[in-house]
Each structure stands twice: as structure tokens, then as C-alpha cells.
Design a protein around this ligand. Structure first.
Ligand code: ADP
Ligand code: ZN
Length: 599
């Protein structure tokens, strides 16, 4: 058996490498460099952890995520690896202790914040020890055009200049070709082996639905499919984060808020609880999430439309890192489109900048309104081609496409009339009131019940009308005026709809399928196994609390599922289960067998 396989089996308790892991690991063990692009949950950590254990000396891992270093080190200690970190949160004493073990050659892995490399003492320290490899995690942070740029990453070129013979591995889950080239150039990895995996996350089910009562929709998603599961709910604003978190708590779902307006201590404590407690829901702005490697996040929900497909993919990618079934759910409505178009129109900066924002939004809307497979659309965005996936809402219950040309003409001509005849512009709500013939106080006051199109749209429900407006906006057949009031105006494309030369195809939402009230992970477990799985989770929660580590540091859901299904009665049988290596077998073996025996 190769040394790498031996570590995989004995230390991590896994029987096979995943994807390109074996090749990448061998490249580094042989002293080569590697640039690794793998989706979240693809298994990047093993790509540097195993070579660090096989090669002589310590693997030095550069990571920007200081708050998560303790958990990473704990997870390694739990499998019997020797790991430590150096960052600004430590006292001088603690740092000196770590330095001493490093110099004594007793560390497999040392995590460093990038800013420590600015300190000459750190470079001297590294000079005095033996370095097995450098791993540069979240390597996209070196890209100045990316959204996570960190100036400290620019100086990572020092690693190659100062230690030219030490192999380096840069890892990221960020996809675009341009970013990849920039990473290779800035980190001097142009000649390195490039390992690019598919970005598909087959275990994530993508679903996008029309927003009607978003909080109720979210609650129903959690209650029917994700009761007791950990999840992340993304909102656009701080106030909606607060509101949604309160709403969930009032309805008995354990939830915490996270946004940049909260005190740093509160943020840290909420993040900590999310990582440590089972079944916690984090309601957050996009300020939350980078580097969160909690493997058992079972759902990521968006209550507002993300601004770009990249952002959406990165956020949803935080679900299901353990490879078990997970849900990416988004509710979006007319208001989202109006609001974002308005924000873009009013944003500072050049026209080119606004066009860029508009193009991002258009791509996102295209994803929302597609009648084709969501996943193939997402992957196509990142340059991959694929067929229908069978695990997204459009594949599972294909929406009907319908000819919306006539409703579109009714709507557009109402807008045109109000402008031509009265120089008036209105938002979607009022225009829809006119179409369905609703005599609201405003309609009467404005005398709009005498407009020729008053009441001509009664064959379409109010809810459907909102869908029509939303989709016309998404297709650029209708626009939001730049006046900042969200009023509707026609576009160049509208004319062709009005004269009948452009047919408008719209998506009709498929009727909701009723779903069993089961947790996704437990979904295919038969009754008795399900009971045992719950018992094992309970035991794990106690263990994790006692040691003050996240539950997944004890065992991941995938491992507990394995135990629940196989029901081992001996340590040998237990050792066969994925995720149980030598150290964990020794530490927890008897306890696990006892839980199995008593359940
Ligand atoms: P990434 O950093 O790429 O997001 P991780 O390194 O955190 O992903 O791995 C995701 C999950 O997959 C972890 O729970 C990890 O233990 C597990 N994993 C990684 N490689 C393997 C493997 N070869 N066999 C089984 N599980 C694996
Ligand atoms: Zn699909």
C-alpha cells in the first residue's frame, strides 16, 4: 500500500480517494506544485493534509480564516494528527509553545494567517524548522478582481522566492478562467500541475420558487423537509436578517442572526454556536460564510434574489459538503426584480459599471425563469456542458411554458396609454389593479377606471399578473424607470411585442408537490436505522458538548448513517465504516457499540 493510502485509511478512515485527490496528493509528495480548483465539499483539505503527513517536516497552511483555525486543528487532533496554528488571537506564551513544537519537528500541520508572513520573526521561524509543503487555502483571495481580495495574499510570492524547493499547493473553489490565470501568475504557479474538477454538486437539489409569503414559505420548507437540520438563510439587508431570525425563533426553530452591523463578539459567538450546536439555523447577510466548513449544513435558503450567479453558487455551495442530500432553495418575486433594477439604475459609477451589474442580474434572472434544468444552466455559466440532472425543481416537476403574448400586450399598452394620454407612470401594483379592474381609492381618484384597458385582464389572476410583469422585466421587454420610484416603462423590445412580431413565452409555476416530513439526510433510512441514527446523533451531541468541539469533529453525519445502517456489533465491523480511523476507533469504538446495542 502506498504511504498516502495508508494515511487515508488508518488516519481518516476512508477507503478510496475521491476525484483527483490521489493524483494531486502524489504530485505534492513527489515535490511538485499544484493548483487545485475543486467545488466546496470536493475534499480539498486531504490534498494537503495527507502529503504533509507523508513528507518529512511540517505542512504550512496559509489561511485567511482565523476564526476557524481552532476548529480545523481540533478536527485534525480528533483523527490523531498533530496540528497547531499561529495567529493574532494568541498570547505570546501560546505562540512560543507552538513555535517550540514546530521546531522540535513534532507538527504535521501548522496553520498561519497570511499577515504573519509580514513579520520577519515568522520567516526566521520557518527557516529554522523543516517545511514539508506550503498550502495556500482560499487562493482566490490573491485575485484583485475577485470579491474576496486580501492584500496580504500578494506577498505570498515570498514563499517560492525564499523556499524554492518546497512544494506548494494552492486551492480554491472559485471558478472563472480569468481568476485561475491570475492566481497562477501572482503565486508563480504557471508551471504547476492544474487540477480542475467539475463544479457540479450532484447532492444539492436546486429549487427556485415564486415569492408570495416568504417567511411562511421558508417555515414550511424547514418544517416539512429540514426539521432539526442545520441551515443558512441569506437575506439582503440587516433588518430583514433580524426579522427573519426572530420569526423563526418565534416559530420554534433555533435561529441566530449574523450581519456586519452586529458587535464583533456577538458575531463570533453566533458563528460558534452555529458550528457547535446541532440543527442551528443561521440567518445572515452575505457577510457570513466564507470558509465555513461545517459539513452538515442541510439547506441554504435565499429570501432575496442574489446579485449574481457566482454569488448564488458560492452561497448555495455551503450546503451538503458531506455529500449527503441537501437543498438550495430560493424564493424570488417581482419586488426583487424591481428593487435590484432600481438599485442598479441609481448606483454610482460609470455606465460600464452599471451595464456590468445589469448583466450579472440578467444572468441570475435567466436562471430563475428558465424552463430547462437549473443545474445545466448553472454549470453552463461556468463553462461546463451537461444534460438534465434529475435533481432540480425543473427536472422534478417541469414547468409549463405558455404563450403570454396577449397578456403582455395588454400590460404594455396600459403603460403606453397612461404615458401618451396623461404623461403618467406607475408601478406594477397599480397597473395590475387597472388590468384586473380593481377600483382602489387610487384608481378612482386618478380616474383610471376610464382607461381603455381597465378590467381587460380579468382572465389572469393577480398573482399570475405579478409573474407576467416579473418575467417581462427579466426578458427586458419591460423596464424600471430611472426616477427611483420603481415605475414601469417600455423598452425597445416592447414595441415588437405590441406589434405582434415577438411572441412572449412565459413560465407557469408547476403545482407544488407534497413532500414527506423527513429530514433529507435521514431520507432513505429505513425505520429502525432512522431510530438508531437519531440515538447516535444524541450521543454525538453529548460528546461534542463535553469536549467543546463541533459535532462533526466527533463524527460526520455520513459516518453515523453508516453505523445506523450496518449496525456493527464488533470493533472490526466498526472499523470498516467510512470516517472511522484508528484514533476514533480507539476513542469512541466501545461507546458506539453500546449505543447500537441499546437502541
Ligand atoms: P472542501 O475543503 O473541498 O470544501 P473538505 O476537505 O472539507 O472539502 O471535505 C468535505 C468532506 O468530504 C469532509 O467531511 C471530508 O472528510 C470528506 N472527504 C474528503 N475526502 C474524502 C474521501 N476520499 N472519502 C470520503 N470522504 C472524504
Ligand atoms: Zn435539473
Amino acid at each position: 500500500m502506498s504511504p498516502a493510502r495508508a494515511v487515508l485509511e488508518r488516519t481518516f478512515g476512508y477507503s478510496t480517494f475521491r476525484g483527483q485527490q490521489a493524483e494531486i496528493i502524489q504530485t505534492i509528495i513527489d515535490g511538485g506544485d499544484a493548483l487545485v480548483l475543486m467545488p466546496t465539499g470536493g475534499g480539498k483539505s486531504l490534498c494537503y493534509q495527507i502529503p504533509a503527513m507523508v513528507r518529512e517536516g511540517t505542512g504550512v497552511v496559509i489561511s485567511p480564516l482565523i476564526a476557524l483555525m481552532q476548529d480545523q486543528v481540533d478536527a485534525l487532533a480528533a483523527v490523531g494528527a498533530r496540528a497547531a496554528f499561529l495567529n493574532s488571537t494568541q498570547s505570546t506564551d501560546e505562540r512560543q509553545q507552538v513555535e517550540a513544537v514546530f521546531l522540535a519537528g513534532e507538527l504535521d500541520l501548522l496553520y498561519l494567517a497570511p499577515e504573519r508572513l509580514r513579520v520577519p520573526a515568522t520567516l526566521d521561524l520557518l527557516d529554522r524548522g523543516t517545511i514539508a509543503l506550503f498550502a495556500i487555502d482560499e487562493a482566490h483571495c490573491v485575485s484583485q478582481w475577485g470579491h474576496d481580495f486580501r492584500p496580504d495574499y500578494l506577498q505570498l510570492s515570498v514563499l517560492h522566492e525564499r523556499w524554492p524547493t518546497v512544494p506548494r499547493i494552492a486551492l480554491t473553489a472559485t471558478a472563472t478562467e480569468a481568476t485561475r490565470r491570475e492566481i497562477a501568475e501572482r503565486l508563480d504557479l504557471v508551471d504547476a500541475g492544474q487540477f480542475v474538477s467539475s463544479f457540479d454538486r450532484p447532492n444539492i437539489q436546486y429549487r427556485i420558487e415564486a415569492k408570495s409569503q416568504p417567511m411562511q414559505q421558508l417555515l414550511s420548507l424547514i418544517r416539512t423537509e429540514h426539521n432539526g437540520d442545520a441551515g443558512i438563510v441569506y437575506c439582503l439587508s440587516r433588518s430583514s436578517v433580524e426579522k427573519a431570525a426572530e420569526f423563526l425563533v418565534e416559530n420554534g426553530i433555533p435561529a441566530l442572526p449574523y450581519h456586519a452591523g452586529l458587535d464583533a463578539r456577538v458575531r463570533a459567538s453566533n458563528q460558534n454556536r452555529f458550528l457547535r450546536e446541532d440543527g442551528m439555523v443561521m440567518v445572515a447577510t452575505i457577510a457570513f460564510g466564507m470558509g465555513i466548513d461545517k459539513p452538515d449544513v442541510r439547506f441554504v435558503a435565499h429570501l432575496d434574489l442574489p446579485k449574481s450567479v457566482e454569488g448564488y453558487y458560492q452561497e448555495t455551495g455551503r450546503a451538503g459538503r458531506d455529500g449527503l442530500p441537501a437543498t438550495a432553495w430560493l424564493a424570488y418575486g417581482l419586488q426583487d426584480v424591481v428593487q435590484q433594477r432600481r438599485m442598479i439604475e441609481q448606483s454610482e459609477g460609470t455606465d460600464a459599471h452599471r451595464r456590468n451589474l445589469g448583466a450579472h442580474l440578467d444572468a441570475m434572472l435567466g436562471l430563475c425563469e428558465t424552463v430547462h434544468c437549473r443545474r445545466s444552466r448553472l454549470l453552463a455559466y461556468f463553462g461546463e456542458t451537461s444534460g438534465p440532472c434529475g435533481n432540480c425543481d425543473t427536472c422534478l416537476s417541469p414547468p409549463e411554458a405558455w404563450d403570454g403574448t396577449i397578456p403582455a400586450q395588454k400590460l404594455l399598452s396600459t403603460i403606453v396609454r397612461l404615458w401618451r394620454e396623461r404623461q403618467q407612470r406607475f408601478g406594477a401594483g397599480h397597473i395590475i389593479d387597472i388590468l384586473i379592474g380593481k377600483t382602489t381609492p387610487r384608481v378612482s381618484q386618478q380616474g383610471h377606471d376610464s382607461v381603455a384597458t381597465f378590467g381587460i385582464g380579468q382572465d389572469v389572476s393577480e398573482q399570475e399578473w405579478r409573474g407576467v410583469v416579473r418575467q417581462l422585466l427579466a426578458q427586458d421587454l419591460l423596464a424600471i424607470n430611472r426616477d427611483g420610484f420603481g415605475t414601469l416603462v417600455i423598452t425597445e423590445g416592447s414595441a415588437r411585442v405590441l406589434d405582434g412580431s415577438h411572441r412572449v413565452m412565459l413560465r407557469r409555476e408547476a403545482p407544488k408537490r407534497s413532500r414527506a416530513a423527513k429530514r433529507a439526510v435521514a431520507a432513505e433510512l429505513p425505520g429502525e436505522a432512522l431510530e438508531l441514527f437519531e440515538a447516535l446523533r444524541e450521543w454525538r451531541a453529548g460528546e461534542a458538548r463535553e469536549q467543546n468541539v463541533p459535532a462533526y469533529v466527533v463524527f460526520g453525519d455520513a459516518t453515523l448513517r453508516g453505523v445506523a445502517t450496518i449496525r456493527p456489533t464488533t470493533l472490526e465491523e466498526l472499523a470498516e465504516i467510512s470516517g472511522i480511523g484508528e484514533k476514533k476507533l480507539e476513542q469512541y469504538g466501545e461507546a458506539l457499540l453500546a449505543v447500537v446495542a441499546s437502541a
